[in-house]
Design a protein. Structure first.
Length: 203
């Protein structure tokens, strides 16, 4: 391995170390309480060294979100092999729920944790989750066009379904359903998905 390749690998490893430390601190201490100096101390680096990789903690937070959305989008790629839009919609819901429950800390950072997106000059610049949302939007459009779903407004139908699935996993990720034993949660989530899709799609 040449010196240039070695330096590139070391830069990548340092960047990942910063992200891992920031992720732990954001989750344990709250985004608003974490500073760049605190992140640097966690990895035993100087604040100046951390600033070489990220301009501020907002940029770090957005990089963590990007990791999550890229992984979710990768999981959604299998949907292209499914032909019937109603089956594709069920599979999309399943993938979303599985991703959230298998990556709970990452999902918290992506969708639940309260943190400003100050790394962008305007809300329109935030497009990390746009591709994953458009996957669902396109499937909803297919369902409507082919008669599997009657909805006067595809955008509202899409947001409604996403909001429902997000609500389900958020309740479990934040442990707000003590009446349901942990060993029964997977069964309950499966039941909710089946119920939702049965009611959502035209018979």
């Amino acid at each position: 391995m040449g010196s240039a390749e070695r330096k590139e690998r070391e830069k990548h490893e340092t960047r990942e170390m910063i992200l891992a430390a920031a992720k732990k601190l954001f989750l344990n201490e709250g985004f608003e309480h974490v500073t760049m100096r605190r992140i640097a101390t966690e990895i035993e680096y100087s604040p100046a060294a951390v600033y070489l990789y990220f301009k501020d903690k907002d940029a770090i937070y957005c990089a963590l979100q990007e990791q999550g959305f890229k992984e979710l989008y990768r999981c959604q790629s299998v949907l292209t092999a499914i032909k019937r839009p109603d089956e594709k919609l069920r599979a999309c819901g399943r993938i979303y729920l599985d991703f959230a429950m298998e990556n709970q800390e990452l999902y918290d950072l992506m969708f639940i944790m309260r943190a400003p997106l100050m790394a962008f000059e305007s809300p329109e610049d935030w497009n990390l989750g746009r591709d994953t949302y458009e996957v669902l939007q396109n499937i909803i459009n297919e369902c409507i066009e082919q008669g599997y779903l009657k909805a006067p407004n595809a955008q509202i139908a899409c947001f409604s379904l996403w909001a429902l699935l997000h609500g389900v996993v958020s309740i479990f990720i934040r442990d707000r359903a003590p009446m349901i034993a942990k060993e029964h949660r997977a069964q309950v989530i499966n039941g909710i998905l089946d119920f939702t899709m049965t009611e959502f799609l035209d018979k």
